[in-house]
Design a protein around this ligand. Structure first.
Ligand code: ADE
Length: 300
């Protein structure tokens, strides 16, 4: 996978060289290219922002540097892809996709975008080439995304219902969530299948994970739940699902409400959470924990 990032703060992306993702980049499985937006300004002050039309507080990022930057990054990528041959794995995959005429996916982080979820992370992990455009201030002139849509796929994406000072931390978050899903990046592939939200349809589909424990068995007079030491894999899997259900009900009742009842396609239920029907045992676990679930709950 290739990831281009356009920003006015290239130094923000130092952490991409760290830990498992840094190692994957060293091995050539991911190629990161961070570009300074100011490179595409033409005035002495390298101006990237201006006052908003219509008035109001803050500044808006000017369209001209963004237009030039995105044109250049895409064109460089297409040219590089055309000349690939002896490239590392990440470049090869990108080259093949570009060769098939697949344009990169441009991701613009913004608090007004669609939610970034585990399901979206899984979809992005299947992309050979992502471009992230980091806005600052009051965002990027809206014509930049409109113009890019004429030749690229464009997603405007939010990482949560809060406002950051810029898209950079959102890009770090998304990059980590996407890259850890790439084959070979995490040591243990199974840990992705068991992730919270289970976007791949694993046992945690639509749930957050329950608690984890390691040695010692007794610590500060607190015991590890005996079932985890039993060696009974069926009982352990059941216990884990029960704990996930209880924790999800406690911390994320919205997710429990989204889990499918018997009838499919309830109007108004988000399709972004994978369906994991609750069976009778699940319902009794939730009920015992004080979170009874009925079909009617799900419709709201
Ligand atoms: N930029 C500012 N706030 C953001 C958010 N919540 N998500 C993505 N990008 C942002």
């Amino acid at each position: 996978m290739r990831i281009d990032i356009v920003t006015i703060f290239p130094e923000y992306f130092g952490p991409l060289g760290v830990s498992l993702i840094g190692k994957a980049a060293e091995r050539g499985e991911i190629t990161f290219a961070v570009h300074d937006l100011r490179h595409w300004t033409h005035d002495v002050h390298h101006t990237v922002d201006d006052a908003p039309f219509g008035g109001g507080p803050g500044m808006v990022m000017k369209p001209e540097p963004w237009g030039e930057a995105l044109d250049a990054v895409v064109e460089q990528g297409v040219r590089r892809a055309a000349g690939q041959g002896q490239s590392p794995a990440a470049g090869q995959v990108q080259a093949e996709a570009v060769g098939r005429g697949q344009p990169p996916l441009l991701v613009i982080p913004t608090p007004s975008g669609v939610p970034f979820t585990q399901r979206r992370a899984v979809a992005y992990a299947a992309e050979p080439w992502l471009i992230f455009a980091c806005g600052r201030y009051e965002g990027i002139d809206a014509r930049v995304a409109d113009d890019a849509r004429s030749r690229l796929r464009v997603d405007e994406v939010s990482i949560g219902d809060y406002v950051l000072a810029g898209g950079e931390p959102a890009v770090l978050v998304m990059t980590e969530a996407v890259c850890r899903l790439l084959p070979g990046v995490l040591g243990n592939v199974a840990s992705v299948a068991d992730d919270s939200f289970g976007a791949g349809g694993g046992p945690m589909a639509g749930l957050v994970e329950g608690p984890s424990f390691t040695r010692p068995r007794l610590w500060r007079n607190l015991e590890v739940p005996p079932v985890l030491l039993s060696g009974d894999h069926g009982a352990i899997a059941r216990w884990r699902r029960d704990e996930a259900l209880k924790r999800t009900a406690r911390n994320r009742p919205d997710l429990i409400r989204k889990l499918a009842p018997a009838q499919p396609d309830v109007a108004g239920v988000s399709r972004d959470t994978p369906r994991s029907p609750l069976n009778d045992h699940d319902r009794s676990v939730l009920s015992e924990a004080g979170f009874p679930v009925t079909g009617e709950d799900v419709a709201h």
